[in-house]
Design a protein around this ligand. Structure first.
Ligand SMILES: Cc1cc2nc3c(=O)[nH]c(=O)nc-3n(C[C@H](O)[C@H](O)[C@H](O)COP(=O)(O)OP(=O)(O)OC[C@H]3O[C@@H](n4cnc5c(N)ncnc54)[C@H](O)[C@@H]3O)c2cc1C
Length: 460
């Protein structure tokens, strides 16, 4: 008698054999936290969620999915904001994906004090990595507000930026080695941490920003930094973005070093005050508030020329944390309104002020938009534009924002990635030649198109 069973029917039992019955979830209620994104804007169906506990188990799962032709979505902390960590709203017939959650791969190795490096599993949280580095007398250079949920694998896969890019660079600059599992289950491991190693293509660098479309990252060798001396934080009222940008240069003493330069607009500050239950932080209201953190160069605070400014300066840890909270709560503050559209763009610094002003005018022409706000990483020309009002599916204002950014020579994704949210707009800031070179890389690594389909590249 012919066996007419769909081979995919074997998937869940076979995955249970690999990782143990407790680590495969196919109950829809229990899958909910994995199939909906942090901002609750993107969701889609998954066949199951599998939680491997080792690289060998990831490899076995990948071999199985490749054999059965099942697409996979690698997932870390599910804090990504572009829909890349959750399934598409609709999967083509027979292509409902499996989510591979890497959170159990959360080991963090000992620091090698000679090289200033350690190895972390893909599922270790960014916060855990930062604390482990600090307790050994070092600093991990990437930091962002979702630190206690975002994972090292996720931050590498998105090449996360965050609040200290001006001082340490993006995640790619911290990665000195990587271990990953290819779509056919092959493990590629290069974790020796050699600073100099020009033996062909740098696969780790390629996986930075690959958004789960090429391979599953299982471990990362990370470069650490020496801790900085004392820092000071200043929150300064400004009337324009140009004023904010000038302060970034003029307010930092020559012997001091900038560790962070962030910006919050008036709408975002009002919302932050509401969610924090805190007062407006300055004496007067301002259109734009700039937060600077500087590493002191000597005895003074490292800040200069602020005598006439409306400013509050934090020197001790609790006051610095209080000022940072206004900035760190921005994502949550806008989300407290409901489903918000979160756009993460960058523009060259000389045109940032003009672009931010034009964005306000452009968005004002969409009657569905009830709230518009901007915050972000000023020093990197990276602004997060938040709009509330349009339904989750209505992305007309989003598109107008991205087109405006492209006209200013910017990028439609500064640090969050392309995901599903911006796949159709990739052409706005990458040329046809670049996109076809990227598609060729995708086809070489993932010939059957099983890795996170629909992310970075829209269906052709
Ligand atoms: C409050 C808040 C603040 C944020 N601030 C910043 C910020 O300042 N800077 C910034 O850059 N981002 C920021 N983000 C976005 C987000 O935290 C980052 O994109 C982060 O890097 C995602 O990590 P994650 O583990 O949650 O990844 P996920 O959301 O789980 O996944 C993100 C992408 O990476 C892929 N992926 C995840 N793990 C792996 C893996 N092991 N192997 C291969 N692919 C994988 C997924 O398939 C997906 O495409 C913020 C998010 C929130 C909610």
């Amino acid at each position: 008698m012919t066996d007419i069973r769909n081979p995919r029917d074997d998937l869940v039992p076979a995955m249970r054999d690999i990782v143990g019955p407790g680590h495969v979830i196919d109950d829809p209620a229990l899958m909910e936290q994995y199939v909906v994104d942090w901002a609750r804007r993107f969701r889609g169906p998954a066949r199951a969620v599998v939680r491997p506990g080792s690289t060998a188990e990831v490899s076995a799962i990948m071999r199985l999915c490749a054999r059965l032709g099942v697409p996979v979505i690698p997932q870390g902390g599910n804090t990504g904001l572009v829909g890349g960590s959750v399934p598409a709203e609709k999967a083509p017939e027979g292509r409902v994906p499996v989510i591979i959650s890497l959170r159990r791969l959360d080991h963090i190795g000992a620091v090698d004090h000679l090289s200033g490096q350690f190895t972390a599993g893909a599922g270790a949280t960014l916060g855990g990595v930062r604390r482990a580095a600090a307790s050994a007398g070092w600093v991990y250079g990437v930091d962002l507000a979702a630190r206690d949920s975002a994972t090292i694998g996720g931050t590498v896969a998105t090449n996360a930026g965050g609040i200290h890019v001006i001082a340490y660079g993006m995640t790619r600059a911290q990665v000195v080695g990587i271990e990953a599992v290819l779509p056919d289950g092959t493990v590629v491991s290069h974790l020796s941490g050699l600073l100099k190693d020009n033996t062909g293509y740098d696969l780790g660098a390629l996986l930075c920003g690959s958004e789960g479309t090429l391979a599953v990252i299982t471990a990362v060798r990370l470069r650490l930094h020496r801790p900085v001396a004392r820092t000071s934080v200043a929150l300064i009222g400004c009337d324009t973005y140009d004023e904010a940008l000038s302060l970034m240069v003029s307010a930092v003493a020559p012997e001091a070093r900038l560790l962070a330069a962030e910006v919050i607009d008036e709408a975002g500050m009002d919302l932050a005050c509401a969610v924090l239950g805190a007062a407006w932080p300055l004496e007067q209201r301002h259109r734009v508030l700039t937060l600077l953190e500087v590493v002191d160069g000597g005895d003074a605070s490292g800040l200069v020329g602020l005598d006439d400014a409306d400013v509050v300066v934090g020197l001790d840890a609790s006051e610095k944390a209080r000022l940072w909270a206004y900035r760190e709560s921005q994502g949550e503050a806008f989300s407290s309104l409901g489903v918000t559209h979160k756009l993460d763009v960058s523009v060259p610094l000389p045109v940032l002020a003009a672009c931010a002003d034009e964005l306000r005018d452009i968005v004002g022409a969409f009657p569905a938009v009830e709230v518009f706000g901007v915050f972000g990483h000023l020093a990197d020309g990276n602004i997060h534009v938040e709009i509330y009002g349009p339904t989750a599916e209505d992305d007309a204002a989003d598109l107008a924002i991205l087109e405006c950014v492209a006209r200013y020579g910017g990028s439609i994704s500064a640090e969050h990635g392309v995901g599903r949210a911006k796949a159709a707009e990739l052409h706005l800031t990458r040329s046809p030649a670049e996109i076809s070179a990227m598609r060729a890389i995708k086809a070489a690594w993932d010939p059957d198109g099983l890795m996170n389909p629909g992310v970075i590249f829209a269906a052709e």
